[in-house]
Design a protein around this ligand. Structure first.
Ligand code: ZN
Length: 278
């Protein structure tokens, strides 16, 4: 299933994309795409609904973030060997973890706001993993059973805040609008091999990132198992699994976002995002 949330910010309703690409309203059946609706039982309940009987949502709609109730937004740093190389960093011996504030989460096509004082706002197309079942001390073999599905994420980053200011990375990753999420939560059963998905990102029509999840250093099962050794993961938590090469910081000379830019990004089978920078 391709599950989604649509409507004005803060007033999104749950929906799904039908076989013809139309949005169907789920709000008579589902409270929101959060908590128990993301669990195996919740997703099975949604899958049992007769799609043809659901109301079609007409007209252009705003997509909201594809999940709600996200308690933690965890990111993995330097998780593509070729991206680590372009930033001049070594591939880390264990996954690098940092947090993005959940207040950064926005819809996939919402504007990206360059934060006050920023000179180095940058992009990162990433595979998002949405947790569907509480995970605590899970093995790698069990890890994917705890995943509800996948989505596209732009891990927007302010490099000066991230790297040049004191401390670690969180303040360069957490600004408002720095977490476009969606358009869809594609359930795990629809993604045959999440470690073999093409991914790309363009700014003003120029393709900067062109990669694949197959060059991830620490794969999804490893990352879910690894994180669960340090914290429990809950339904609705999001893990952003790192970016392939081609970020602005890696260009020679570096390229950063400016007002008026248009970003487009996507991952094979998971849909596309489009953001206007202001
Ligand atoms: Zn990232």
């Amino acid at each position: 299933m391709k599950l989604l949330r649509y409507g004005a910010p803060g007033q999104e309703k749950p929906g799904l994309l039908d076989g013809e690409g139309r949005i169907r309203d789920l709000s008579a059946h589902v409270g929101d795409l959060a908590g128990r609706w993301l669990t195996p039982d919740g997703l099975a309940e949604i899958a049992a609904i007769d799609v043809a009987a659901l109301p079609v949502v007409e007209g252009p709609v705003r997509y909201g973030p594809c999940v709600a109730g996200t308690g933690k937004f965890i990111c993995i740093g330097l998780n593509y060997s070729d991206h680590a190389a372009e930033t001049g960093a070594a591939v880390p011996p264990e996954p690098v973890i940092f947090m993005k504030a959940t207040s950064a989460i926005v819809g996939p096509d919402d504007d990206i706001e360059i934060p006050r004082g920023s000179t180095k706002t940058d992009w990162e197309v990433e595979l998002g993993v949405v947790i569907g079942k509480t995970a605590k001390y899970v093995s790698e073999a069990e890890a994917l059973d705890h995943v509800a599905g996948y989505c596209v994420i732009n891990d927007v980053s302010e490099r000066a805040f991230q790297i040049e200011r004191a401390g670690q990375w969180t303040k360069g990753k957490s600004c408002d609008t720095f977490g476009p999420t969606g358009p869809w939560l594609v359930t795990r059963d629809e993604v045959a091999d999440p470690q073999n998905l093409a991914m790309w990102l363009e700014v003003n029509g120029h393709r900067y990132q062109n990669g694949s999840t197959k060059t991830m250093v620490y794969g999804i099962a490893h990352v879910v198992s690894y994180l669960s050794q340090f914290m429990s993961l809950h339904p609705g938590d999001i893990i952003s699994t790192g970016t392939p090469p081609g970020v602005g910081l890696g260009q020679k000379p570096p390229v950063f976002l400016k007002p008026g830019d248009r970003i487009r990004l996507g991952i094979e089978g998971l849909g596309e995002q489009s953001q206007h920078v202001r």
